[in-house]
Design a protein around this ligand. Structure first.
Ligand code: SF4
Length: 224
């Protein structure tokens, strides 16, 4: 299975299917942020990473412009990652509280990916872009033989797994509304959970707090 995930990763990295996102990810990588001028930005689609033999998949929206699009790993090197990994570490699901680069020694109790592999302007992919990228997410999911639990971080991450499940089972999206802390047993035997996305906006407005997220993750950890 590990071999397969490497193959999927190579395919994802080569993808140029969405012209708007190819142009945006390249522009960000060339212009860079002032504080990261010495970085050689990744500037390509960002595939999932972690342990493909785990029973847990954590699914977010898309790489951040100066996070995953710079470092080449999802939830790495941006404010969402700072918050999320502080929580995952506190819940005993990551070996360290920082996620800063692809070689930072991080290990995760699970596999982590995003619904859309290229950074979208304003963090808003179009429906067509989400649809285009669904096949890459499906290929990744097919490389997770022990998958039993999915955590969707934010509505788009959460719904991307419902869309995937709809290909095999007749389920209606309206029967699985997203909110923080929800959990559903899907007909494919997967338990799908939802949590607010750890974005700076959600953290700054206290829509999601450290205590809320850690409490939820600890509950989840008892099931993996
Ligand atoms: S968003 Fe997905 S489908 Fe679109 S170019 Fe990036 S990897 Fe390809």
């Amino acid at each position: 299975m590990v071999q397969n995930i490497h193959k999927v990763r190579s395919e994802v990295i080569k993808c140029v299917e969405c012209p708007r996102l190819v142009s945006f990810r390249t522009k960000i990588a060339q212009e860079k942020r002032k504080s990261y001028m010495d970085w050689d930005y990744w500037g390509k689609p960002v595939p999932g990473y972690g342990d493909p033999n785990s029973n847990l998949l954590i699914l977010g929206l898309a790489p951040a412009a100066h996070g995953g699009n710079r470092t080449g790993r999802v939830f790495t090197g941006d404010k969402s990652a700072d918050f999320l990994f502080k929580c995952l570490h506190a819940a005993g699901m990551a070996n360290q509280a920082d996620s800063t680069s692809r070689d930072d020694g991080l290990t995760l109790a699970g596999f982590m990916s995003v619904a859309v592999k290229c950074v979208p302007p304003g963090d808003k992919p179009t429906a067509q872009e989400r649809n285009n990228c669904a096949k890459h997410l499906a290929s990744e999911i097919e490389c997770l033989p022990n998958l039993k639990i999915v955590l969707g971080l934010g509505k788009i991450g959460f719904e991307s797994f419902l869309h995937f499940s709809r290909k095999s089972f007749d389920i209606k999206m309206k029967d699985y509304p997203f909110k923080h802390g929800v959990g559903y047993n899907l007909p494919n035997g997967i338990a799908l959970y939802g949590a607010y996305h750890p974005s700076p906006r959600n953290v700054n407005t206290k829509t999601i707090t450290f205590d809320m997220m850690v409490k939820f993750l600890k509950k989840l950890k008892n099931e993996i």
